[in-house]
Design a protein around this ligand. Structure first.
Ligand code: NDP
Length: 285
């Protein structure tokens, strides 16, 4: 039986300790950290994410400023709003929920956010700082994955880490974080040859491809720790990960479940990034 890496429980602990930290910060600096959450259009999945982020802020004592804009909002309007939020002293973090409608250039919007308020860690300056191994605001999902591994006592130094998936928001940044922890990192993707063999050699396997139950017993080994990032719906409409949990869990050393794994950690890390950016801004006004 594998050790279950329970992201949900860890996320709750982190949120509780952030709440206490925020109380202390309010007493010290006289105002709460603030996160602006911008959504364009009414995509139901985006609305669920945005609402849960706003709720999580409230519970942690972080002030949230929600901007729910109509689907036909122009790119110029959105850029102007971001520039106002960049200048607003009460806003420490800015998050623009993706995807944006097709007429808005996501890259332009991401670049427009001030790097020091980039709560999602997607700005090229933060991506660059991370790859240089410097202090950066790091994307929330990769940050959450690292916290899960560390909190579970999984040794990283010198270990063989394989990342399955090379997206800019998960695969690449998590590979950078693991490299920083002195793992030997291999990034794999849809053109990788003999994927099961490469993955089965990993001590740590992070899977982020968006394919339900893709990772089967031939990808794993008994000493392996697996973080499953995938969020998919199976034929019955149930949320499942990228790993065939039922088949793999009895074989490996540790594994994170879906749901209840990486997802809740992503939100906890968003709160953490907001508090981090607040503290940095307060220390260097
Ligand atoms: P992307 O679609 O951006 O990237 C998918 C990656 O997986 C690509 O690098 C792609 O390779 C690779 N890939 C796809 N199919 C295969 C395959 N058959 N064999 C090998 N590699 C493959 O995905 P994201 O990183 O944005 O998301 C991945 C999953 O994680 C999704 O299920 C998403 O919902 C989930 N997710 C969960 C989050 C959370 O908070 N829990 C947050 C973010 C994402 P190539 O580059 O060659 O095309």
């Amino acid at each position: 039986m594998a050790f279950i890496i329970e992201g949900k429980k860890l996320a709750e602990q982190i949120r509780t300790s952030l709440k206490a930290e925020v109380t202390g910060l309010v007493a010290k600096y006289g105002r709460a950290p603030g996160l602006a959450v911008v959504q364009v259009g009414e995509d139901p999945a985006s609305s669920i994410y945005v609402n849960s982020k706003i709720k999580a802020c409230r519970e942690a004592g972080i002030e949230s400023f929600g901007y729910i804009l109509p689907d036909d909002t122009s790119e110029t309007y959105l850029l102007n709003l971001i520039s106002e939020l960049n200048a607003d002293p009460l806003v420490d973090g800015i998050l623009v929920q993706l995807p944006l409608p097709a007429h808005i250039d996501e890259g332009k919007i991401t670049y427009a956010i001030a790097p020091e308020k980039d709560a999602d860690g997607f700005h090229p300056i933060n991506v660059g700082l991370l790859s240089l191994g410097k202090k950066a605001l790091v994307a929330c999902t990769p940050l959450g994955i690292l916290e899960m591994l560390k909190a579970s006592g999984i040794e990283l130094e010198g270990k063989n880490a394989v990342v399955l998936g090379r997206s800019n928001i998960v695969g690449k940044p998590v590979a950078q974080l693991l490299l920083k922890e002195n793992c030997t990192v291999t990034i794999t993707h849809s053109r990788t040859r003999d994927l099961p063999k490469v993955c089965s050699q990993a001590d740590i396997l992070v899977v982020a491809i968006g394919r339900a139950n893709f990772v089967t017993p031939d990808f794993v080994n008994p000493d392996q720790a697996i973080i499953d990032v995938g969020i998919n719906r199976n034929e019955e409409g149930k949320v499942v990960g990228d790993v065939d949990f039922k088949a793999v869990e009895p074989i490996v050393r540790a594994i994170s479940p879906v749901p209840g794994g990486v997802g809740p950690m992503t939100i906890a890390m968003l709160l953490k990034n907001t508090v981090t950016s607040y503290c940095r801004r307060m220390d260097t006004p």
